[in-house]
Design a protein around this ligand. Sequence first.
Ligand SMILES: CC1=C(/C=C/C(C)=C/C=C/C(C)=C/C=O)C(C)(C)CCC1
Ligand SMILES: [Fe+2]
Length: 538
Amino acid sequence: MDIIFGRNKKEQLEPVRANVTGKIPRWLQGTLLRNGPGMHTVGESKYNHWFDGLALLHSFSIRDGEVYYRSKYLRSDTYNANIEANRIVVSEFGTMAYPDPCKNIFAKAFSYLSHTIPDFTDNCLINIMKCGEDFYATTETNYIRKINPQTLETLEKVDYRKYVAVNLATAHPHYDEAGNVLNVGTSIVDKGKTKYVIFKIPAVVPEAKRKGKSPLKHMEVFCSIPSRSLLSPSYYHSFGLTENYIVFLEQPFKLDILKMATAYMRGVSWASCMTFHREDKTYIHIIDQRTRKPVPTMFYTDPMVVFHHVNAYEKDGCILFDVIAYEDSSLYQLFYLANLNQDFEENSRLTSVPTLRRFAIPLHVDKNAEVGSNLIKVASTRATALKEKDDQVYCQPELLCEGLELPRINYANNGKPYRYIYAAGVQWSPIPTKILKYDLLTKSSLKWGEESCWPAEPLFVPAPDAQDEDDGIILSAIVSTNPQKPPFLLILDAKSFTELARASIAVDMHLDLHGLFIPNADWDTRNQDSDHHAVPQA
Ligand SMILES: CC1=C(/C=C/C(C)=C/C=C/C(C)=C/C=O)C(C)(C)CCC1
Ligand SMILES: [Fe+2]
């Protein structure tokens, strides 16, 4: 597995034409832009964790049945500092780095102190965000990096803290129909309070206010939720959105701020400051978008760890939301590079398999309902919400399916009733061996897999004349451990899950994390089909 995880990948700066077999639909015109870690050693120094690797952007430009591939390292300040020093000098999730090893004792002590409130990395390796006309590489710190989606060049560094008080923010924002961005961040011990901040970035700025400013300058706090604890806010990786509500899980997988403040001095990583408290509950916060206030009822469920929300929607007085959940936080443990070696089949066994769980949250809690009664009256789910004393509600999910991660949907259905989930299929290890389509109605799935192939997150792109939710195609970048088989972009028909085409590229391709598809606007206007792709397939 060293081929996939350990080895530094080479950039492919010049676009290279892929060898296409099969037939790419004529309407599929645009660029698949993806992000993920590509470099895990700098000089003699090595990162400890796969999520530490330096961000390598790659793109597949699809035009008239042809595919062109290119890749480029994000020239973050982190990348530049590391390359210049020829060693790792910026700390990442699983690796604490020491910039000045030769300083005298006084300078060293000063450097430790200045790390009490750390300046986090801008190695934005997780996802790509669209904001107005601009694209940004994202991670979970306060930094995002603007990029040129055509050339993959790195542009400005943006510090969210300049606009809203957040030290951390998710790499998984949501978009409304107009393309406005909603995201959640954590504000740590600011003015004596720790809170989760939901913030909005408008897609367009009114002409009068514009003055050449980017929409980021018009970012605003939408709502804040106080953290249950000042010094141990929850860690979260994504959130859910319905037409009128936001779903935020305050889970018992927490950051210990005091541990973080001394991590640099103690020589341990940020990852070691995260703890799963299996004795705690998971609190479900529901925010009403119309009042911009959290719903006052306290909804909770058993301890769990969620990285990816799938979708959420309102139905018959309830919010139904689907997540991929684990029993513990061992997933992040498995991505230490020491585990992803030859013996990875042994070392990276999941202790808790990812399960698709559906929760149901009643929007109106009858104060007179009997304690112990189930407040969910929706026939389509077995999820329950039991009334407890003091107006608390205990929610138990319906278990839908096992062994899936990196979920995607037809984003036109985000926040709305939906039927299909596209995801990476994982079995005994967190590394995907298949991609699958799960049908929430029939509770059955279709799968794609091939010997020695390791697929990435499958992304759905709707067809221009789509009638059904699954009228479209699936794109997934596949790397292979067979030296005879070059990596390829797989194009499946989303309805039947059969292969339409593959574009093989004889390059050094990395296993990526997340990304988006940018439809080719020229082609859309040429075909009078502009509305279908107004929002990226985020
Ligand atoms: C640097 C840094 C962080 C980075 C977290 C990262 C990089 C997480 C990546 C998660 C992924 C890729 C999950 C996939 O499902 C924290 C812990 C937020 C806080 C401290 C500083
Ligand atoms: Fe993610």
